[in-house]
Design a protein around this ligand. Structure first.
Ligand code: HPA
Length: 257
């Protein structure tokens, strides 16, 4: 049985510590996922890995087929999903590049993305609860995994999902801050709400790779981001190794998400 699905973001197109057993090309009613699903073993558990931006990092955030990705994950029979997201830091405690955040809330600013399985073609109007967008069960496993690995993480934070692919203006970041957002990224939505529609447990490890626009002097430089992506993703791999055995122990029958 597969313990968990991992959706890798920028900087995490492969998991070095994953012992790969097979690759699976999946088709869904919504088209093809970003890449073949990579099955393997990590920390003694069966896991499946999907690079969100494609195996060669070619699919920009607004063109990711989020529905196909989540559908393909559900088809494997797994019920728990850990997403990895690169983000910019907005509020003072979240500015340090290379730091990890396990967010607990989301504000969605994206538009024009296929964002639901429950569109007008669906038999019945359906609404899902999204009060707590992330699974508390998975968040706790990630926080405990970080603590056992000796990794500092911010145990909560509000994630602003923006459309991209451009970065934000300084005024846009001030607006997000007034809205209560701590971090900003381009891939958190509609992934989280699609996971909820499919009744999947879902949580994110967000990696701060830059202070958001206007939060430090000057412009956002990709070469600086690159450096923190690498060091941040090394931490993510360590965190996953410690969290996955804990995720295996959490009862899938738990009533709370
Ligand atoms: N804004 C939006 N998305 C991001 C950023 C940012 O500053 N950094 C990494 N992903």
């Amino acid at each position: 049985m597969i313990t968990v699905a991992i959706i890798g973001g920028s900087g995490l197109t492969n998991l070095k510590n994953l012992r790969i057993t097979r690759r699976e090309v999946v088709r869904t009613p919504y088209g093809e996922p970003s890449a073949p699903m990579v099955h393997g073993e990590l920390a003694g558990q069966q896991v499946v890995f999907l690079p969100r931006h494609g195996a060669g990092h070619t699919i920009p955030p607004h063109d990711v087929n989020y529905r196909a990705n989540l559908w393909a994950i559900r088809q494997t029979g797994v019920s728990k999903v850990i997403a990895v997201n690169a983000v910019g830091g907005i509020t003072p405690d979240y500015l340090e590049p290379g730091s990890l955040v396990i967010p607990d809330q989301i504000v969605d600013y994206t538009w024009g993305r296929a964002h639901t399985f429950f569109g007008s073609e669906h038999k019945q109007v359906t609404h899902v609860d999204f009060t707590e967008p992330y699974s508390e069960l998975l968040r706790k496993a990630l926080i405990a995994g970080a603590s056992s690995a000796g990794l500092a993480v911010r145990a909560r934070g509000t994630y602003a999902a923006t459309q991209g692919p451009r970065f934000e203006s300084a005024a846009e970041i001030l607006r997000l801050e007034r809205d209560g957002c701590d971090i900003v990224g381009m891939t958190g939505m509609p992934e989280a709400s699609l996971a909820r529609e499919l009744e999947l447990y879902y949580a994110s490890i967000s990696v701060v790779v830059n202070p958001a626009a206007g939060k430090v002097q000057g412009t956002i430089e990709l070469k600086d981001i690159e450096q923190y992506l690498q060091s941040g993703m090394t931490k993510v791999r360590t965190l996953l190794e410690h969290a996955i055995p804990r995720i295996a122990q959490t009862a899938s029958s738990a009533v709370t998400v």
